[in-house]
Structure formats: structure tokens, C-alpha cells
Design a protein around this ligand. Structure first.
Ligand code: KIV
Ligand code: ZN
Length: 584
């Protein structure tokens, strides 16, 4: 029986500011090894680790309603599809359903040749016996044995000395040798976890693992995995990395074993701990998809894999059909996905803020125009990856509310409806949209934005271009035609150096107003967009082919308008009419 060894060498602390919120109950982290010559900060991750999913075991143990066999099977198949080669399928000695699932996988041949199943068991004989029974006939399997080595568990849970705890690990290791020998038809891989490794004195964890390895003798061909759990995450990830580096440097047979990490997310840094742990020498990472697991969850393998992907490292897992993956995982776990969950949340590719939207639009436009220069390398402000890589559409990227700006609104019109607004037009229309969003006090849907666009610029009820002709006589252009203004049909004739200026001249003559063209821009609407200019008699209700944007000074005030038509000239004249309609 050991003595309780709480450490309280910490200086007395000042009284807490908030009486009931007493930080003096907690102590600084006590298990950081002395490592002054750490090397991990200079490393980078250049290759994916060996991934091991523990969704069906650790994840399952943390569910309100553990998965049924059918759900486990569906999840298993998903994990295989995503590309996992090592899958912890459960704890067969802990529950009948766990045992039955192992039997089903084996007896019905559900395990692909390149996939190894893994099972967890405590270092206790009757449980180990049952575990090997559950695995009878399997081609290859990892038997994962564990016991807790942490100070708090030694002292308060088991009341055992360090040596007694080490003996539990050694006897578990021996039992695995014995039972594996009884089933030589299976390729056995042994895995040992000093549970709560990160809350164990690192030297003691090394001593225990050395002893286990000594039993298993990996140098003679036995595949051995030493798994280091941050069972409860209780330090910053740099300290966990120190623990891993120290462990790897001092383990006697480091080169004969695979070092695996199993981090939990109590401080919210499980992924960082796993990443830094890899820098510190780990080869293998255990975790779950979307991070389900005890308390705050296990390390989220999807996020860590996508982190590698987004830095140009092959994650060796396939997340291209992310919505299918998310649906199956959240259905089986019966847990919702947070809208801000990295990479998969509904809102993670969405910018509402005007400046973000503007930057995204500019980056995407730049890349589209400069394929050669950018060599198709993804480098877009505010978007760490191309949403299309995980099956997300560009619709997600920009959404409009009252925080949004001209860039976002322009993005929606461009990507969804083929309108490429010049900057001055963007400014004009974004005011309209902002007002509408403020009035609605909610996000505006794309259709509502198009509706506002049409109502403001394209449906000039009462202002119509009727029959007209434009003739070029030796460089001077003459406009003759009819328009309706305020419901009244009027004849217009004017002269200028182009169709637009001759039309404006005609309107100015007729109305007596002072009119100047300030800005003009036009473009073809790409055939992929089927914007239907219903208002357009001459287009015979076919799709508009051209869009023209016009900004006029009308008696000192600025008005902007838009016209669409199959003919560029008509689009231009309609654009002018649209601007004028706002002045009248
Ligand atoms: O978190 C943990 O320590 C575990 C072990 C059983 C590996 O899940
Ligand atoms: Zn765990």
C-alpha cells in the first residue's frame, strides 16, 4: 500500500476575486518531465501517422445509448471506406453486444484483408480469456491491454504502490503471450496502454512499458504498440509533447515498437497534443471521427487528417464525401454536429462579414484569372481549404445578413446568377441589401437578394424601351425611338458618339434635365446562367445574354441602373432607363 503523495509545494495564493470560484483548489501540472534539450519544436509533420479509429470502443463507451450491432456494422463499414486500416471494434469482455459484434465481423467475413481489428481488455485473466475467445478465427488482431499508472489512481483508486501497478502490467503482458500461443493461427499484435500516461511520472511510465516490452520481446518478431493516453487532458500540448519526446528517448527498445498516442480533449487541445506528440516522435494516432468520446471527447481524427491535407500532406484517409460521413457518424452516435465544427460545421466556410466576403471574392476572382501564375495552388483569404474538396458548395461560402458588404452581395450575384457587378454598382446595390437585411433582422436568402436586385433595377414598371433605331452616320450616332416614362409614351431623338450617349441626349432634350454618363460597364452573361429576362419583349422571353451597368448624373444626383437583353445595345439602353427610372 503506497502513501498518498499529493504535492503542495506551491506558494500560497491570494484570495480569489470571486469567492465561490476558488482557483486555489487547483495546482499547477505536476508531471512535466525535465527536458531542456527538446527537439520536437524543430520538426514538421511530413507524413500521415498510422491512424487507428476508436469510435466503436472509446466513442461507443461515451454514448448515452451505446450503438446497436447494426449501427456498429454501419460505422465499421464507413471506417473501412474512409481508409482506416486499424479499427478498435470494442471491448468484447465487457458486454455481450461487444462480444457478439466481434463474432459477427469474423464469422461473416466483414474484415477486409488489409484491415486489422483491435479490441480492448483490462489486464485481468478472465477478461483476457474471454477476449481471445471473441477473436477466435480472426486473421490478424491487435489485443490492447491496459492498466492505470497515474498517481491519483495508484493512491486513491487502487491503493497500490508503483511496483504493484507495474506487476499488474507485467502479468497482463504475460497472459497475452500465453493466450496468443494457444491460437497460433492468428497474427497477433500486442498493444499496451499505461492509462493516464500524461498524469503519470514519465520515468515510471517508461519503467512499466520497458517491463511490458521485455515480456513481449518485439525484437523476436512480435509486433508491439505502446499507446500513450492523455486519458484526461491536463496540461498544455507542449508539455504533452515533452512527455512523448522524453518517453521515446528513454524507452529501452524504442526502435522495436510503434509509439501510439491517444489524446482526450478536456482542455480543448487534443488535436494539438496529438500533432505536437507526432513532432515528438509518435508513429500512430488513435481517435474518433468528429471527436466523440469520454467527457469532452477523443482527439478528432477527421480534423487532424484535414489539417494535414490543408498543408499539402496526404492524410491517407478519404474525406471527399464529408456529408455522407457526417450523416452516418451523427446518426450512429445520436449527437449533433456543431455548426462551427472545424471543416464540417454548417457555417465553417461561410463569411457574413463584409470585409471577409470581399477578400474571398477578390482571391477567387484573382485565382480564376491567373491559373498559370497560381498553378492551381489553393491560397484564398479566409478559406483554409477549397470547400469543394469535401463536397461543400460555393453556396456556403458567402451568406448575407446586415453585417455583409458589397463584396458578398456581388459574390452571390456573380456565382449564382451570372451578374458581374462593377465596383460602383456593388456599392449601390449593397445599400439596398443592407437596408433589407436590417429590416428583416435576419439572414437573406439568395432568392431574396435576386428579388431585391430585380425589383430595384430590372423591373422598371412604367419605364420601357419601345421601338427604336440607332444609326451611325459618319461617326455621329443618331437615336430615334419611343420609351414610356411614368406611363406616358414619348418620342425620343438624340445624337451622340454612341448609342448610349445619343439616347441620353434624346432624353435630356425631351425632359430638360441635365444628364451625364458617369460610369458604364457591360458583360456577356455566361450561358450556364439562365437568367430569364421576362420583361423583355424583343428577347422573346429567351435568356438574357448581355448585362449593362450604367451610372448617370441626373441634375446633380447619382443614379445607377442595369439592363439585360439578348442584344448589347438594348441592354445598354435599358440600363440607362433603369437608372433614369430611379431619378423620376
Ligand atoms: O483514454 C484512455 O486512457 C483509454 C485507454 C483505455 C487507452 O481509452
Ligand atoms: Zn480514451
Amino acid at each position: 500500500m503506497s502513501q498518498i503523495t499529493t504535492q503542495s509545494s506551491v506558494e500560497p495564493k491570494v484570495k480569489p476575486k470571486y469567492e465561490a470560484f476558488d482557483f486555489r483548489k487547483y495546482q499547477p501540472f505536476a508531471f512535466a518531465p525535465q527536458l531542456t534539450d527538446r527537439t520536437w519544436p524543430n520538426n514538421t509533420i511530413k507524413k500521415a501517422p498510422i491512424w487507428a479509429s476508436v469510435d466503436l470502443r472509446d466513442g461507443n463507451q461515451a454514448l448515452i445509448d451505446p450503438m446497436t450491432i447494426e449501427q456498429k456494422m454501419q460505422f465499421f463499414k464507413l471506417l473501412v471506406e474512409v481508409g482506416f486500416k486499424e479499427i478498435e471494434i470494442g471491448f468484447p469482455s465487457a458486454a455481450q453486444v461487444e462480444y457478439d459484434f466481434a463474432r459477427k465481423l469474423i464469422e461473416e467475413n466483414h474484415i477486409p484483408d488489409d484491415v486489422t481489428i483491435q479490441v480492448l481488455v483490462q489486464a485481468r485473466e478472465h477478461l483476457i480469456e474471454r477476449t481471445f475467445e471473441a477473436l477466435k478465427g480472426v486473421r490478424r488482431a491487435v489485443v490492447h491491454v491496459y492498466n492505470s499508472t497515474s498517481r491519483v489512481q495508484r493512491d486513491k483508486v487502487y491503493g497500490k504502490s508503483k511496483d504493484e501497478i507495474k506487476q499488474i502490467a507485467i502479468s497482463g503482458a504475460k497472459m497475452l503471450n500465453d493466450y496468443a500461443a494457444k491460437h497460433p493461427e492468428t497474427q497477433w499484435v500486442f498493444q499496451y496502454s499505461p492509462e493516464s500516461f500524461s498524469q503519470t511520472e514519465t520515468d515510471f511510465a517508461i519503467e512499466v512499458c520497458d517491463a511490458v516490452i521485455e515480456e513481449w520481446k518485439p525484437q523476436n518478431g512480435r509486433e508491439v504498440i505502446i499507446n500513450l493516453p492523455a486519458t484526461v487532458e491536463s496540461s498544455m500540448p507542449n508539455i504533452f509533447a515533452d512527455q512523448v519526446e522524453y518517453f521515446c528517448r528513454h524507452l529501452k527498445q524504442r526502435s522495436d515498437v510503434i509509439i501510439s498516442l491517444h489524446t482526450h480533449n478536456d482542455r480543448g487541445t487534443a488535436i494539438a497534443a496529438a500533432e505536437l506528440g507526432m513532432l515528438a516522435g509518435a508513429d500512430r494516432i488513435e481517435g474518433t471521427l468528429l471527436g466523440n468520446g469520454e467527457r469532452t471527447g477523443n482527439m478528432d481524427i477527421m480534423v487532424m487528417a484535414m489539417n494535414l491535407f490543408s498543408k499539402g500532406v496526404d492524410p491517407e484517409l478519404d474525406f471527399s464525401d464529408m456529408s455522407k460521413i457526417v450523416n452516418i457518424v451523427s446518426e450512429c452516435n445520436n449527437l449533433p454536429v456543431h455548426p462551427r465544427h472545424p471543416y464540417v460545421g454548417e457555417l465553417v466556410f461561410t463569411a457574413f462579414s463584409g470585409s471577409h466576403q470581399d477578400a474571398i471574392k477578390k482571391s477567387l476572382d484573382f485565382n480564376e484569372k491567373n491559373h498559370e501564375m497560381t498553378q492551381n495552388i489553393w491560397d484564398v483569404a479566409y478559406l483554409p481549404i477549397d470547400p469543394a474538396h469535401i463536397g461543400r458548395s460555393y453556396q456556403d461560402v458567402v451568406r448575407i445578413n446586415s453585417q455583409s458588404g458589397k463584396g458578398g452581395v456581388a459574390y452571390i450575384l456573380q456565382r449564382n446568377y451570372g451578374f458581374n457587378l462593377p465596383r460602383w454598382m456593388q456599392i449601390d446595390f449593397s445599400r439596398v441589401v443592407q437596408q433589407k437585411a436590417e429590416d428583416a433582422a435576419r439572414e437573406l436568402k439568395n432568392e431574396e437578394i435576386l428579388d431585391a436586385f430585380e425589383t430595384t433595377y430590372l423591373q422598371n414598371s412604367g419605364y420601357e424601351l419601345l421601338d427604336h433605331s440607332v444609326n451611325n452616320k459618319g461617326g455621329e450616332v443618331e437615336f430615334k425611338g419611343q420609351i414610356t416614362l411614368n406611363g406616358e409614351t414619348i418620342d425620343i431623338s438624340g445624337k451622340g458618339n454612341g448609342p448610349l450617349s445619343s439616347f441620353i441626349d434624346g432624353v435630356a432634350r425631351h425632359t430638360g434635365m441635365k444628364l451625364h454618363i458617369i460610369n458604364y460597364s457591360e458583360h456577356a452573361i455566361s450561358p450556364e446562367f439562365t437568367y430569364n429576362d421576362d420583361d423583355d419583349a424583343q428577347s422573346d422571353k429567351t435568356n438574357a445574354k448581355a448585362a449593362a451597368y450604367i451610372q448617370l448624373n441626373v441634375d446633380g444626383e447619382i443614379y445607377s441602373g442595369i439592363g439585360t437583353h439578348t442584344s448589347t445595345v438594348s441592354a445598354m439602353l435599358k440600363g440607362a432607363l433603369s437608372a433614369l427610372s430611379q431619378a423620376f
